[in-house]
Structure formats: structure tokens, C-alpha cells
Design a protein. Structure first.
Length: 292
């Protein structure tokens, strides 16, 4: 019995050690380097204080634009994917024909490589030969054709649209699982009491989905804050810097040998994500009842 009780602690200690060695310590080292002038062009590393942080939040640089883009991407994609995912989950949790096929079609984009998605949609959104503009022209709607990825006014919205297309099916799948886990006895009892579909959704489905919704929203927010691959694959931050986000800026700073600035941006986003995730979970689960 004692051995059975001790073994789980061995695994827990090993997991904590690996997490500390691979995640915590590198993170702390990275935060430490953000207070230096570390770069590929300096032979020695010197302490620079808050210089890098002041530069990031300075109005004279583009970093505030990158922060704004990151927050806009996070808010828009999280709201759209959560809302559309819920609508599709409600529709595809009903007894309809070929529902498993429809679920698979909706889920498929989320398992595709973002690099492949970037290549496909770069072709689809090509202003001259792209499928989208060609379809609009064939339908006689030439006025709706756009420079989807090269017009500074709409490029970022195009990137967000592709990301919403990719991620909605994943959120839908998680919510379908949550909906199917709701005991049918609640719906049967509400039907006896004369509740309509809207009342069932408002007073049964939504409250019972609260924990699942909380998880999906937090995951979406954290993904939005650390977005890199979708932007890089579609626009690489262009045209100009209109679609640049914080982690594409980190990538470019490191590629230019400006390591201190790159680690500073990464440290700011890491701290911001930890704080945001903590408070979001606290708010979204504040009414959760703990059994014990």
C-alpha cells in the first residue's frame, strides 16, 4: 500500500522537474535578458535597465501598433469563433441527416497545417487570379473584388477571417461534447412545464455549458495573444506593418540579431497572458460550486 501511494509522487516530482527545467527556468532567463542590451553585434552583454521596455511602450515606435493589432485579433477571433462555434454546435447536436459528415467537414480545417492554409488562401485571395475574386467577377459583382491581402485597410481583416474559418470547427466540437453531456431529463422536465426552445437554451443549455465555454474562450484568448503562424503564412506582417503582431515582431527582432528587444517583447506578452488567463478563469468560473 505504501509503495502504491509513493509512486504517484515520483511521477509528479518528475513532471514538476521537467516543467521547471524546460519552461520556468528558460522563461526567467528570458525575462532577465530583457533588461540587457544583448544582441548579435555586441561582444559583451550589459545591463540596460528599463530601456527596452520604454522603447516598446514608446509612441515613437511601431510596437503600440503591434500591441493594438494583437488585441484586436484576439477580441475579434475569440468572439467570432465562440459565437459561430456555439451556433454550429447547437445545429449539429440535433438529430439531422448526415450530422457526423457535417461535423467532420466543419472540424477538418482545424487539423490542417497553418502553412498549407496560408499557401491555399494566398492563392484564393490573389487579387488577379484568386478563386474569390474570380467567383465574384463571374457572378457580376466586380465591385466587391478586393486586394484582400495587400490593401492596408482590409488585409488584417482577411487574416482574421481565415483564422476564424480555421478555428470555428474546433470550438464547435468542444461545445458539441458539452451539449451532449447535458442530461436530457432537464429538457424533458422543461417541456412538461411549457418551456420553448429559447427558454431551454437560456436556462439549461447556456448554464450547463458554462465550464466548457470558459475553457474555449480562455484557449482562444491565449491563442490570439500569441498568434504568429497565421499572420506569417498569409502576409508576414505586411503590407508595411499593418498586419504585424507582437510575435511576428519577436521573430523579426531575433532574425535581425536584436535579441534583447525580442526577449523583452516576449516577456511582456508572457506576463500579460498569464495575468489575463488567471483573471479570465477566475471570472468565468466564479459561480462554480466545488464539491467536497
Amino acid at each position: 500500500m505504501k509503495k502504491e501511494r509513493i509512486y504517484p509522487w515520483y511521477f509528479a516530482a518528475g513532471a514538476i522537474f521537467l516543467y521547471t527545467a524546460l519552461c520556468v527556468i528558460p522563461g526567467i532567463i528570458g525575462i532577465g535578458y530583457s533588461f540587457t542590451d544583448w544582441s548579435a553585434y555586441a561582444k559583451e552583454v550589459h545591463f540596460a535597465g528599463l530601456k527596452n521596455f520604454k522603447e516598446i511602450f514608446s509612441a515613437d515606435t511601431n510596437y503600440l501598433k503591434y500591441i493594438t493589432n494583437t488585441l484586436l485579433f484576439t477580441v475579434v477571433t475569440t468572439a467570432a469563433k465562440s459565437g459561430l462555434g456555439l451556433l454550429f454546435a447547437l445545429a449539429l447536436s440535433k438529430n439531422i441527416k448526415m450530422k457526423n459528415f457535417h461535423r467532420g467537414v466543419m472540424y477538418m480545417p482545424s487539423v490542417l497545417s497553418i502553412l498549407i492554409i496560408g499557401l491555399v488562401f494566398t492563392s484564393i485571395l490573389n487579387p488577379k487570379t484568386g478563386l474569390l475574386n474570380e467567383t465574384l467577377r463571374a457572378a457580376g459583382m466586380d465591385s466587391l473584388t478586393q486586394q484582400w491581402l495587400t490593401n492596408p485597410k482590409i488585409a488584417f481583416w482577411s487574416v482574421m477571417g481565415v483564422d476564424i474559418w480555421r478555428g470555428t470547427g474546433y470550438i464547435m466540437t468542444m461545445l458539441i461534447v458539452g451539449i451532449l453531456a447535458i442530461p436530457q431529463v432537464y429538457y424533458e422536465a422543461s417541456s412538461i412545464d411549457g418551456a420553448n426552445g429559447w427558454n431551454k437554451f437560456l436556462h439549461i443549455t447556456l448554464p450547463m455549458l458554462r465550464q466548457t465555454m470558459a475553457v474555449t474562450i480562455v484557449l482562444n484568448v491565449l491563442y490570439g495573444m500569441k498568434v504568429f503562424d497565421m499572420v506569417y503564412a498569409l502576409t508576414n506582417g505586411g503590407p508595411g506593418h499593418t498586419t504585424e503582431v507582437m510575435y511576428t515582431a519577436v521573430f523579426k527582432q531575433f532574425s535581425q540579431g536584436l535579441y534583447a528587444e525580442g526577449t523583452t517583447i516576449s516577456s511582456v506578452m508572457f506576463i500579460f497572458m498569464v495575468i489575463t488567463g488567471f483573471f479570465m478563469i477566475k471570472i468565468l468560473t466564479k459561480d462554480e460550486v466545488v464539491e467536497g
